[in-house]
Write a protein that binds this ligand. Structure first.
Ligand code: 13P
Length: 247
């Protein structure tokens, strides 16, 4: 059976001292984890956290990556730079970037392509807003978002990680019910299956107010292969509980 993946998304939080304390607490509390683990940290802390987790089961991820290979793109970080720095994952298309940085489906697909080309695993986020859910458009929206990535990445698509993050559940304390999440995950799995014979291998994570109390139920669903955890990943005991629930 494929291992689940629990990835923390620290978003724009942290400091040198706080990161060190958090990683040390995680390492002290990890007891033969049954899942893969990653922390996706602000770019300026990638090197620090990479050093802190060296020789441990924790991988490091970036929260974004450039759609370009190199050159005059002030402020951007390339996939090759991430790879050279020992970074395993890059989140692409998080709803906060789609919303605040106007990232289109096409841009997200290119970012995934750049990451894959350099051996960095993209964690491709998809998810509907509350208005879209209420209008009955959930399936249409997530399929459109994933279709762009499938179209651009062809046969490499089985190498991506997908994260279903309903926008209305992010940072709100409102979680999709396990049944609601599973229903969307099944749609995404079927879409992947139409594109690759290896769709079962793709980890489809759930994200949106996942916490120590609701993780086990969400993670027991057939097509939920892990979590992309925001707020609860900043507290070692909470993140450790979620990791323990991912068997
Ligand atoms: P919360 O867990 O804080 O709702 O954030 C989810 C998220 O956006 C992870 O990428």
């Amino acid at each position: 059976m494929k291992k689940k993946l629990i990835a923390g998304n620290w978003k724009m939080n942290g400091s040198l001292a706080a990161n060190e304390a958090l990683i040390k607490a995680l390492l002290a509390g990890l007891n033969n984890p049954g899942c893969a683990i990653a922390v996706c940290v602000p770019a300026i802390y990638l090197a620090q956290v990479r050093t802190l987790v060296a020789e441990s089961p924790i991988d490091v991820g970036a929260q974004d990556v450039s759609q370009h290979e190199s050159g005059a793109f002030t402020g951007e970080i390339s996939a090759a730079m991430l790879k050279e720095a020992g970074i395993r994952y890059a989140i692409v298309g998080h709803s906060e970037r789609r919303q605040y940085h106007l990232e289109s489906d096409a841009v997200v697909a290119l970012k995934a392509q750049r990451a894959l080309a350099c051996g960095v695993t993209p964690i491709v986020c998809v998810g509907e807003t509350l208005a879209e859910r209420e209008a009955g458009k959930t399936e249409e929206v997530v399929k459109r978002q994933l279709a762009a990535v499938i179209h651009t990445n062809g046969h490499c698509i089985s190498e991506i990680v997908v994260a279903y993050e309903p926008v209305w559940a992010i940072g709100t304390g409102k979680t999709a019910s396990p049944e609601q999440a599973q229903a969307v995950h099944a749609v995404l799995r079927a879409q992947l299956a139409a594109a690759t014979p290896n769709a079962e291998r793709v980890q489809i994570l759930y994200g949106g107010s996942m916490n120590a109390a609701n993780a086990a139920q969400l993670l027991s669903q057939a097509d939920i292969d892990g979590g992309l955890v925001g707020g609860a990943s900043l507290k070692a005991p909470d993140f450790l509980s979620i990791i323990a629930a991912a068997l």
